[in-house]
Design a protein around this ligand. Structure first.
Ligand code: MN
Length: 285
């Protein structure tokens, strides 16, 4: 069975801590679980935290030894785009590009699905069979009007709608946002803005909402679908990680020093009691 881990973003201490909590033991060269469980990573291994290279090194070796599977996050995808476009990328990431280009944009497995931000059915179908080691595909995703660009944006960065300027909605960091990331698994027609966005915004608007037209992009993810594991949304502690069959494992390790995981035992429906969290404080690391 598989243990899923959320966005690590260069936070190697939290990563090591969650592995320990999940029961993995490791030496410099080997990592093992007494029940031979596997690991699953939902992307965004790099940037923000202090030890992206250490995180990449460990995730890569886990994947290459068959002990883990991983999907790309928007941060790795952007890195690959920049590399293919011939832009400068951080020197320390260069050695990892060939391996990152072996990773999928999503995984559709027997008892679960993994994608960084949204399981948007039509985008997933469009991207099935597309590989990030294909330069021409990557160059396509850099074209403004490309359907591949839109599909990749939707599954790696979420389904977004514009926020009317006069509402002046701010995210949890106090940054005013032009767009909000929808709770993509739900039918949101008739709901006010305050109930539509997964990453909460202030002030909470309860008397205005998006039009049905704006919401036609949504393709709800129903209860009879397999559990799907995502990261990406930097959720504050107050927002539930489990919503229907959707489990978001990104509680923002950079701001809360907490990395989230989930023990998946193959069950058809998800259960919040399987969530794990690892917090590193100055005293306990
Ligand atoms: Mn992300």
């Amino acid at each position: 069975m598989i243990d899923l881990i959320g966005d690590i973003h260069g936070h190697y201490l939290e990563f090591q801590k969650i592995l320990k909590i999940l029961g993995y033991s490791y030496t410099k060269d080997e990592i093992n679980h007494p029940e031979n469980r596997k690991l699953g990573f939902v992307g965004d291994f790099i940037n923000r935290g202090p030890q992206s290279v250490e995180v990449l090194t460990l995730v890569k070796s886990l994947c290459e030894s068959g002990k883990a599977v991983a999907v790309l996050g928007n941060h790795e995808f952007r890195l690959i785009q920049n590399w293919v476009a011939g832009k400068e990328i951080p020197q320390e990431y260069k050695a990892f590009i060939p391996w990152l280009r072996t990773l999928p944009l999503f995984l559709d497995l027997k008892t679960l699905r993994m994608v960084h931000a949204a399981w948007h059915f039509s985008s997933i179908e469009l991207l099935r069979g597309k590989n990030v080691d294909d330069d021409s595909f990557i160059l396509d995703t850099l074209e403004k009007k490309s359907s591949y660009k839109l599909a990749v944006d939707q599954i790696l960065s979420g389904i977004k709608i514009s926020i009317p300027k006069e509402l002046k909605l701010k995210d949890r960091f106090g940054v005013e946002r032009a767009k909000g990331r929808l709770k993509w698994w739900k039918d949101l027609r008739g709901k006010p803005y305050g109930q539509c966005f997964f990453s909460p915004m202030v002030p909470v608007i309860d008397d205005k909402g998006p039009t049905d037209e704006e919401l036609t992009v949504l393709q709800p993810y129903l209860k009879d679908e397999r559990p799907v594991f995502i990261g990406h949304y930097c959720l504050p502690p107050s927002v539930p990680k489990v919503n229907g069959q959707v489990v978001c494992l990104d509680g923002c390790v950079t701001c809360d020093k907490t990395l989230w995981g989930y023990r998946h035992n193959g069950a058809e429906s998800v259960d919040a009691s399987n969530l794990i969290k690892a917090t590193v404080t100055a005293e306990n690391n």
